[in-house]
Write a protein that binds this ligand. Structure first.
Ligand SMILES: [Zn+2]
Length: 377
């Protein structure tokens, strides 16, 4: 989900992306508003109704964006770097490069979103009673609608279920009380699942009593239920990885390829023999680069007999290297934010090992199979 979506620009240096789902939702909302305008104001011609529908949908979009920006700005003011905002479905996610370091920070970052939405609701309400009162009815109606939708957004996000803002608030309170962020996350995620089940139940009751709109509520509940479980698992894994260093998890003593070998020999004796897609390149006992399967594939096959490994490899300067004592949660962060396939673990210019996302996944799976799924902290 993260990193995907279409980049639409940046505000205060915070990158903003929209998920494909948002395009569909935005069109549905604009269409729904158009239909509402035509229904409520029978004299309204199709063109102004469509214009109003689009402008109102855009203002709704802007409201959601302001909500997310408030999270980002507060996070950044607390020293937590923000990777970007992705808008999807009815809301968005603000992706930070680090988790909040204290319950107090977590509380501030979480609560500011719903507060922003409720302030926006108040602003639109004020506009409704001032500007709206002097404007044609459809404009007053649109302002009133924006007030209500922001109020609903604020209240919905305050529901005490992780990963909703209210769930993060709950987590910060549980965290402060117990001192354990893992326990707090599990508690808040359970809250998320209870809220989700409640939404699904209410949605289904509505459907069975003939109101098909209940399907939306049930669908959002289902989405929230999945997200609660996944987010909790993600936080627990990160927490486990924090206690581990790159040196603990790397595949040690990687097989190296001599720099002078031809690509044909490298393919026959290394790529086809070992289960690795990259090999450090050894030049007289010193690692000078990395030869990847992808780089070899870029060389036309009829040249493999004539081109040496050192001419095809990526030089060491272009490869992400980490020290063996770097905590694994930070290595994971590099995989996610830099979209790289591997890091070399190096101490004093010597290559000690390699880590790929697959190594991390395998470690997590093994730990779970062995029942080592929670650490305190
Ligand atoms: Zn929020």
């Amino acid at each position: 989900m993260f990193g995907g979506g279409i980049r639409i620009g940046s505000v205060f240096g915070i990158e903003i992306r929209i998920d494909g789902s948002w395009v569909v939702i935005a069109l549905l909302i604009a269409w729904g508003l158009y239909a509402q305008f035509r229904m409520v104001f029978e004299d309204l011609a199709p063109e102004p109704a469509a214009g109003l529908g689009i402008v109102t949908a855009a203002l709704f979009f802007g409201s959601v964006l302001l909500h997310e920006l408030s999270h980002s700005v507060v996070a950044r003011s607390l020293g937590i770097p923000v990777a970007g905002i992705t808008l999807f479905l009815f809301g968005g996610v603000t992706q930070t490069k680090l988790d909040a370091q204290s319950p107090g920070d977590e509380f501030k970052i979480a609560i500011v979103g719903p507060v922003t939405s409720i302030i926006l609701a108040a602003v639109f309400w004020l506009l409704t009673v001032t500007v709206g009162a002097a404007s044609p009815d459809p404009i007053a109606w649109a302002l009133g609608y924006l007030g209500w939708i922001n109020l609903a957004l604020g209240i919905f996000n305050l529901l005490p279920g992780f990963p909703l803002d209210g769930g993060r608030v709950l987590r910060s309170i549980l965290w402060k009380r117990s001192g354990s962020v893992t326990q707090a996350t599990k508690g808040a995620a359970r809250g998320g699942q209870i809220v989700a089940i409640g939404m699904i139940a209410i949605g289904l009751v509505q459907v069975f009593s003939g109101y098909l709109g209940g399907l939306w509520l049930a669908a959002i509940g289902w989405f929230l239920y999945q997200a609660a479980g996944a987010s909790a698992a993600n936080v627990v894994v990160r927490r486990m990885l924090r206690d581990l260093s790159a040196g603990d998890l790397m595949s040690p003593n990687p097989v190296t390829i001599p720099a002078g070998l031809t690509l044909a020999d490298a393919v026959d004796h290394y790529f086809l023999r070992y289960d690795h897609s990259a090999f450090p390149v050894d030049d007289d006992g010193v690692v000078t680069g990395l030869l990847t399967l992808r780089a070899v594939r870029h060389v036309p096959r009829d040249q493999w007999d004539f081109i040496q490994v050192w001419r095809t490899m990526a030089p060491l300067d272009d490869i992400q290297c980490v020290a063996s004592d770097l905590p694994m949660d930070q290595v994971l962060e590099q995989f996610e934010s830099d979209e790289i396939d591997r890091v070399l673990v190096m101490d004093d210019g010597r290559v000690l090992g390699i880590i790929t996302p697959r190594d991390v996944a395998r470690w997590v799976q093994r730990s779970q199979e062995l029942g080592i799924t929670s650490t305190e902290g």
